[in-house]
Design a protein around this ligand. Structure first.
Ligand code: NDP
Length: 501
């Protein structure tokens, strides 16, 4: 038997997507390899001239039909999200709402943000007309995670399509059915046209397929997932100098100042940390609360957490952990936090009952414990007391992650927001930037780089092209070997007189 035959036998050809609540099969898909992925990218490339050649209005018309179809089948999509992720119905519905909102914004604003515009030619080139236009990359690869299988990839897909790119989408193996639904409905919304061409295509598989997408000749890759995978993705894309957008993990903090409205802050912490069972990139994983209000605040959080209902029915507050391997990480963080001296006020290691993890509240956990430094991605709230808001800011900034943060303060919110080393800050409100399509979304440090959403998110999927056209003869022309001897001297004198002050 040759080495290749051994490989073929060892690698499964398909994978199952299952409902994490009961293990029921949702769908089965092929694990596509490099040659399949290249074929799909080539098909996408064949449609790029058509899609990029449409006017903004032409793309808007088609993306609007897709949005309307999603809205017509809203319940079907939300139910599918619940089936593949296990998340409660309310969480799934909120997610679809956000996805639709972004699709709407990207479609509505693409022309305003990306159309050709004039810029001042400047003193040296006053006799020219200068314009900047934003041209699509071509084929954009989108790799998505499972935790928000509609909202998260839509942040790249909608903006890349609106900017005139075609897209090849690889959803997470845990949520491929949702990915297929999105692609199928887009094709359906194109009507007869969709039988011949489409700007959005699906590939299915696992990490092998994702790695193949990086090496398939795409023109840009938009990745959302963990920091560890992001490193591998960047390595693969570096081989062909394929540009990348990285939306990675976080360890977001919520800071509670002594002047905060404690009731609102406690409510925000509980929802921000436990919605979607804590499986949110911008979820609240750490809380820093001012000593002066800590006792009252901690007891409000614990009372609220104790009232939540965990389960697999659609109306539960907290559903299961979608990815089985995450449960070990959550358990390790709880155990490390307690072993390091953290006090479990709600739950503890007994809260881990796969596929469910009941909420855990740990207080006074040392800052070097894994529960404070690493992304937990589960329903665990770490609350540490600090003497002041400035110390809370310093501790927040000590993380190697820097995705989002939240400040609750009646007086010092703006000051703290400016000092936080993160990509997004909410003040007296939990995750407001997620639901504001006009705001760019993304992080710093190990949370990644580049931005989805907003005008910056549209420009992320377009290459600026500068065009300068001579419209008048100039009195002097320094960019010629035939210039008179005095030209450069005159240019220097002019520069000194204009720019000295
Ligand atoms: P992973 O990093 O495990 O996977 C992300 C995607 O990458 C999946 O589609 C995965 O495929 C694919 N993949 C895996 N290996 C490779 C590879 N070698 N090359 C290319 N692609 C690969 O993340 P999760 O799916 O577990 O998602 C959770 C993470 O995503 C968390 O860290 C979370 O913070 C982050 N996230 C960040 C967001 C942001 O906007 N900053 C938003 C949402 C989540 P497969 O699943 O099939 O293995």
């Amino acid at each position: 038997m040759s080495g290749n035959e051994v490989d073929t036998l060892a690698v499964p050809a398909t994978f199952d997507s299952v409902d994490p609540r009961n293990g029921e099969l949702v769908a089965m898909y092929p694990i596509q390899q490099l040659h399949d992925v290249r074929d799909t990218v080539e098909q996408a490339r064949a449609d790029t001239d058509w899609w990029s050649g449409l006017s903004f209005a032409g793309r808007t018309r088609r993306l609007t039909k897709w949005r309307q179809l999603i809205l017509n089948r809203f319940d079907e999509l939300a139910d599918l999200v619940s089936r593949e992720t296990g998340k409660p119905s309310a969480d799934a519905r909120i997610e679809v709402v956000l996805g639709v909102d972004h699709l709407h914004w990207a479609t509505k604003n693409a022309k305003r943000v990306l159309r050709r515009r004039h810029v001042a030619p400047g003193m040296l080139m006053f006799n020219h007309v200068a314009t900047v236009e934003y041209q699509p990359y071509g084929v954009v690869g989108v790799i998505g995670p499972w935790n928000y299988p509609v909202f998260t990839p839509m942040g790249s897909i909608a903006y890349a399509l609106a900017a005139g790119n075609t897209v090849v989408f690889k959803p997470s193996e845990y949520t491929t059915r949702v990915g297929q639904w999105l692609v199928d409905t887009f094709v359906e919304s194109l009507g007869d046209e969709g039988m011949h061409r489409t700007p959005l295509r699906l590939i299915t598989g696992n990490g092998i397929t994702g790695a193949a997408l990086c090496r398939s000749g795409i023109d840009k890759l938009a990745f959302t997932g963990s920091t560890a995978t992001a490193r591998r993705v960047m390595g693969a894309c570096a081989e062909s100098l394929t540009p990348v957008l990285m939306e990675c993990g976080g360890k977001d903090a919520l800071l509670v100042d002594s002047t905060a409205n404690l009731k609102s802050a406690a409510d925000a912490v509980v929802w921000g940390a436990l919605a979607n069972a804590g499986q949110t990139c911008v979820g609240v994983e750490r809380v820093y609360v001012a000593d002066a209000v800590a006792e009252e605040f901690i007891s409000m959080v614990c009372d609220h957490v104790a009232s939540l209902r965990i389960g697999g029915d659609t109306s539960a507050d907290i559903g299961p952990i979608t990815m089985p391997s995450q449960i070990d990480i959550i358990e390790r963080h709880i155990n490390d936090g307690v072993a390091a001296g953290g006090q479990p006020l709600v739950g503890g290691s007994s809260s881990v009952r796969p596929p469910y993890v009941s909420p855990v509240v740990l207080v006074d956990v040392p800052e070097d414990a894994s529960a404070v430094t690493e992304e937990t991605f589960g329903p665990v709230i770490i609350i540490n007391r600090v003497p002041s808001l400035d110390v809370a800011v310093a501790r927040t900034n000590a993380s190697r992650y820097g995705l989002g943060a939240t400040v609750f303060s009646r007086r010092n919110g703006n000051r703290a927001a400016r000092s936080l080393r993160v990509g997004m800050v909410g003040i007296n409100s939990i995750l407001p930037y997620v639901a504001m399509p006009s705001l760019p979304f993304g992080g710093v440090g190990n949370s990644g780089f580049g931005r989805i959403h907003g005008a910056d998110g549209l420009r992320e999927f377009a290459m600026p092209k500068s065009v300068a056209r001579k419209v008048l003869p100039a009195a002097m022309n320094p960019t010629s070997f035939n210039r008179p001897f005095w030209t450069v001297r005159a240019l220097v004198s002019l520069t000194k007189s204009l720019y000295r002050w």
